[in-house]
Design a protein around this ligand. Structure first.
Ligand SMILES: Nc1ncnc2c1ncn2[C@@H]1O[C@H](COP(=O)(O)OP(=O)(O)OP(=O)(O)O)[C@@H](O)[C@H]1O
Length: 297
């Protein structure tokens, strides 16, 4: 299983480590595990995109990273430790809009600082700086209803980044945006994160988004899900426009390989193919198929 570890993590403690992880949701309804046999190491500063069909467990991995959900088999470490509570230093952005409509841009971005008890003047200064850095410096006193979808998503991003997270978890954050806005937000996110040591795990259904943003793409498959393939993107040109990136030969190779993996693991309904080989009984459930088909690029 060591062969699927995507990275040379060096001597620094990885931010995230999954080792032979199985996750089973609590409750009687959850008959089979959501994910099995997950191995993944994410070092500091890495941008990892996770793709895969609906139901294969992408969001489940993010819940584990945040500490919301505990593993039922194997081992999960955040910053080198197993934690009993929610993990500190997590920023979580989802597709769902969670801005408070009665608060301004400034008030929304300052909210997490208010919760930590930061004095008003200091939190407003920090929130105003953050608003400027997400391109909303002239919109401090506006309310969410007065903003476009992309601007509202930037407020959400600002509200997350203002806490200076160690690990940024993003679950289809741009899924509700139109195609043009989506590309703009990808460029924006990249420019905001590049050069920092923020570690990011970004779930998306969109392969081009994954290839544009990620240092590597993790493809999940099956239900219960497991990691099917990890594509490192070191050979992609960086610092070029998305259009140039998509015209590069290396991009086409990665896209074709990932597409083949994902399409080969879809049911006719477009969801993850169920994996009959999983042993439902134990928490160390493994899939023979998963072992056979896994690999790194
Ligand atoms: N709260 C829950 N209780 C029980 N089972 C759950 C719960 N949340 C998710 N599951 C199950 O876990 C499996 C993985 O779900 P998850 O949401 O992680 O998949 P996903 O790949 O993120 O899907 P999508 O792309 O549709 O968001 C699915 O079979 C789902 O039904």
């Amino acid at each position: 299983m060591g062969d699927i570890s995507p990275l040379d993590a060096g001597t620094e403690v990885p931010v995230v480590e999954f080792k032979d992880v199985t996750v089973r949701y609590p409750g009687k309804g959850a008959i089979r595990p959501a994910v099995v046999d997950v191995n993944l190491t994410v070092p500091k500063g890495r941008f990892v995109c996770v793709v895969g069909p609906s139901g294969c467990g992408k969001s489940t991995l993010l819940h584990v990273c945040s500490g919301l959900l505990k593993v039922s088999g194997g081992e999960f470490r955040y910053l080198g430790k197993e934690w009993r509570k929610l993990h500190p230093g997590i920023g979580y952005v989802t597709q769902r809009e969670t801005l408070l409509p009665w608060k301004t841009v400034l008030g929304n971005i300052a909210l997490p600082l208010k919760i930590t008890g930061m004095p008003r003047t200091e939190r407003h200064e920090r929130a105003a700086d953050m608003a400027a850095s997400v391109g909303l410096g002239d919109w401090l006193n506006h309310y969410p209803r007065e903003l476009s979808g992309g601007m509202r998503q930037r407020v959400q991003l600002g509200r997350t980044l203002v806490t200076d997270p160690t690990l940024l978890l993003m679950d289809e954050p741009f899924g509700a945006l139109d195609a043009v806005l989506r590309v703009r937000m990808q460029e924006f996110l990249k420019s905001r994160i590049e050069g920092t040591d923020l570690t990011t795990i970004f779930v998306t259904h969109d392969l081009s988004e994954a290839l544009t943003l990620g240092d590597e793409v993790v493809a999940m498959a099956g239900a219960p899900g497991s990691i099917d393939q990890i594509d490192k993107l070191e050979d992609l040109p960086r610092g070029v426009s998305p259009v140039e990136l998509r015209q590069s030969p290396a991009y086409a190779v990665h896209e074709a390989r990932l597409w083949k993996t994902i399409a080969g693991n879809l049911s006719e309904d477009g969801v993850a193919l169920s994996n009959p080989e999983v042993e439902h009984e134990g928490d160390h459930a493994m899939t023979a198929a998963a072992h056979g088909r896994r690999g790194t690029s």
